[in-house]
Design a protein around this ligand. Structure first.
Ligand code: GLA
Length: 398
């Protein structure tokens, strides 16, 4: 069942409408919803034009928007506000549309601003001033794509309001451009695609080279299983540091192997031409991870969750040892989940913090959660945030 119409979401929608009116003195033209995502498997393969298998989750960004009319003084301005802080009256970030340029807006407001900017790069599109208020329950910095939920909710809203007729693939590309060129994070296309194209109870099997997407049913309910998210509360950012460095190693490997992307490489043996052991290990993760995505799709189709679990853990080991994007907290979360009986576990998302996932039988939720909490406590880490997620429907009008 999709969460989009749950009593909780209906309450949030109503609340947002009221807050919008209180803040701007007008009613919004509508409210749009875009979910965060969990990646089941296929990590860092997207910018290598490989395969990914994420799904949208029942945590989302809701965005209320009203276009400012030509007759109003702020007709050419973006007024951006969010309920993130706890104050009753949200602060408004004001940006003139003709001042939108990479680096001109920072903080969370950069994401909706980036989307308006990216749309205005298109011929025949002229996004003018609007008022926006966002309310999101995707935990920030948790590796569950809170920033993409923000971008995607903004683009689906503007696509509807301006009747742009953009396809989900086009919107994914545009939000990627917004994120890469305006915000300055060199991320791939998986997260936006998951938020835009997912179907409830399914994972999204996406080929990032052809952008062909297939839904793959998740046989969870019939196996009495759920996906548990363990947010380590180690915050990560992809604007700088490790993410970009990994991407660069992949580009270096492609250059040495004379291929346009690592997607072209099918076997680990082909990587022997790479002398630098670090670059070779990075490339090995991508090659083996692509194969694991294909294998996961196969075993999901026959409902073999044990086999899925094994692949999840192999993926984690590869990210820990070859790609080196895990961290102690993520490793502890994964090991403690498995020791307490999880079918499989791995870190999810870009890494260097954020969340891990565990595939668990319903009756094991308590035991696994307790074991992870205890392990964190013993290691002296912050208390993790642990919750189950449902594979939800992609973005749309709320
Ligand atoms: C982040 C990026 C994605 C993808 C993942 C790693 O979530 O936004 O594009 O590269 O990391 O799989």
């Amino acid at each position: 069942m999709s969460n989009s119409k749950s009593p909780e979401t209906l309450g949030r929608i109503e609340n947002l409408r009221q807050k919008f009116f209180k803040l701007y003195g007008h009613h919004p033209e509508g409210i749009w919803r875009a979910p965060g995502r969990v990646n089941l498997i296929g990590e860092h393969t997207d910018y290598n034009l490989g395969y990914v298998l994420p799904f949208a989750i029942d945590k989302n960004a809701l965005v209320a928007i009203r276009r400012i009319s030509e007759r109003e003084p702020e007709a050419k301005q973006l007024n951006l506000a969010s309920t993130y802080g706890h104050s009753d009256i949200p602060e408004i970030t004001r940006v003139a549309v003709d001042q939108l340029a990479p680096g001109a807006v920072t903080g969370w407001a950069a994401y909706p601003a980036a989307v308006a900017w990216a749309l205005n790069q298109l011929d025949n599109v002229e996004i003018s001033g609007f008022e926006l208020l966002v309310d999101s329950d995707v935990p920030v910095g948790s590796g569950l794509s809170s920033s993409h939920a923000l971008e995607v909710s903004t683009i689906v809203a503007l696509n509807d309001l301006y009747e742009l007729g953009l396809s989900p693939t086009r919107m994914a590309q545009l939000t990627q451009q917004a994120e890469n060129d305006f915000v300055g994070a060199p991320t791939g296309i998986m997260d936006q695609s998951a938020s835009l194209m997912s179907k409830a109870q399914n994972a999204l099997f996406l080929d990032c080279r052809s952008m062909q997407a297939q839904t793959v049913p998740l046989p969870l309910a019939q196996n009495d299983a759920v996906v548990l998210v363990i947010d380590t509360r180690v915050e990560h950012s992809h604007v700088d540091g490790g993410y970009a460095a990994r991407r660069q190693s992949c580009e270096e490997a492609s250059e040495i192997l004379q291929v346009s992307s690592l997607r072209e490489i099918e076997t680990v043996a082909q990587l022997e031409a790479i002398e630098d052991p670090i670059v070779r290990r990075r490339a090995k993760h991508i090659v083996t991870e692509n194969q694991r995505v294909l294998d996961t799709v196969k075993v999901l189709k026959v409902g073999d969750l044990q086999a899925v679990g094994k692949l999840l853990y192999q993926s984690h080991v590869s990210m820990r040892d070859d790609y080196e994007i895990s961290c102690e907290e993520l490793d502890v979360a994964v090991e403690a989940s498995l020791e307490a009986g999880a079918i499989g576990a791995r870190m999810t998302g870009g890494g260097f913090g954020g969340s891990s996932i565990a595939l668990v039988k319903r009756e094991q939720i308590e035991a696994v959660s307790r074991a992870v909490r205890m392990a964190f406590d013993q290691a002296g880490y912050k208390e993790p945030n642990i919750f189950t997620v449902i594979a939800d429907e992609g973005a749309g009008r709320a």
